[in-house]
Design a protein around this ligand. Structure first.
Ligand code: CUA
Length: 324
């Protein structure tokens, strides 16, 4: 029981909705639970009552009592077949129509913002069409705004799921699936890849930061801009390490010659709270650890371990952590 309850609550709780689709899903869950437990209580009650009744009258049968037997059969058919069949059909129809209605893709004209979520083994890339903003593992949306989320994949099937905001939606190769993303509350909500996609499927999480519209506009403008040029000598040296070494063949930093597309866009890496699909926080020590030993932290990911001498590693980290 404690194990079961440990699954309740927490940051990815479908029963703690922050949007109307998620609230409808939670309500449906409680209705189905209520009806199911009502049925269970009724059947259990009847069984207990029958047990007590038999205990009183013994198990003797009355050979001439055909009327009583017919009545008994009718009760069994009604309560055991007809009532459950009707209830299950009703639940099926109600839940299907409701889920389809509240979670269907929004009409494009009813949304004021589109965000592309692109699944990669194993991180999420987010693009904001109409701007140059590209980020990873952390998407921002404005509060009380209907967002048209377009889910695609760069490789295998993943599934985009923010349990507090809506149902999950799969990313299928060659297909653009859409869902309404909406939040009626400010805050940070955790999402997770919900379709097994390989070794590090569990480490393919992301956050949705819900901001005021003004804060969101400022964030988007920052993300769309080119990277800030290095300012200190260490940052300048770090940029040279990045551009001359292996980093730039896999990563993009807009405003520099680095334009690799295998790993996440790092143009504004320092503005993000996490690294590597929310595996480690984005702090200098963790970043350095990730650069030299990412295969230990997240085995199987595409990042090679870079054995850099200490001073170069410090400069590289100083540069990356300056990319606000
Ligand atoms: Cu991506 Cu599981």
């Amino acid at each position: 029981m404690p194990l079961l309850l440990a699954g309740c609550g927490g940051v990815q709780n479908t029963l703690n909705p922050h949007s109307h689709p998620a609230a409808d899903i939670a309500n449906l869950f409680w209705w189905v639970m209520g009806v199911s437990f009502g049925g269970l209580a009724l059947v259990s009650g009847l069984m207990v009552a029958a047990w007590f009744a038999r205990g009183r009258s013994g198990t003797r049968r009355h050979p001439g009592d055909q009327g009583g037997e017919r009545l008994g059969n009718r009760v069994v058919v009604a309560l055991g077949v007809v009532v459950p069949l009707c209830l299950l059909c009703a639940l099926f129809v109600v839940s299907d129509t409701m889920v389809i209605n509240v979670t269907e893709a929004p009409a494009a004209s009813s949304t004021s913002l589109t965000v592309d979520a692109i699944g990669h083994q194993w991180y999420w890339e987010f693009r904001y069409p109409g701007t140059r903003a590209v980020t990873a593992d952390e998407m921002h949306i404005p509060v009380d705004t209907r967002v048209n989320l377009v889910a695609t994949t760069a490789d295998v099937i993943h599934s985009f799921w923010v349990p507090t905001l809506n149902r999950k939606i799969d990313t299928i190769p060659g297909q653009r699936n859409r869902i309404l993303l909406y939040s009626n509350a400010l805050g940070t909500f955790r999402g997770q890849c919900a379709e097994y996609c390989g070794l590090q499927h569990a480490h393919m999480a992301f956050i949705v930061v819900v901001q005021t519209r003004r804060a969101f506009r400022a964030w988007l403008a920052d993300q769309a801009a080119d990277a800030r040029p290095p300012a200190t000598p260490a940052e300048k040296a770090g940029q040279r390490v990045f551009l001359d070494g292996a980093c730039s063949s896999c990563h993009t930093i807009r405003g520099t010659s680095a334009s690799g597309t295998i790993g996440p866009d790092l143009t504004h890496l320092a503005s993000r709270s996490w690294l590597a699909g929310l595996v480690v926080p984005n702090r200098p020590g963790y970043l350095a650890g990730w650069i030299v030993d990412s295969q230990h932290i997240k085995p199987g990911n595409d990042m090679p371990d870079l054995s850099l001498p200490g001073p170069q590693l410090r400069e590289l980290v100083a540069y990356l952590e300056s990319l606000r």
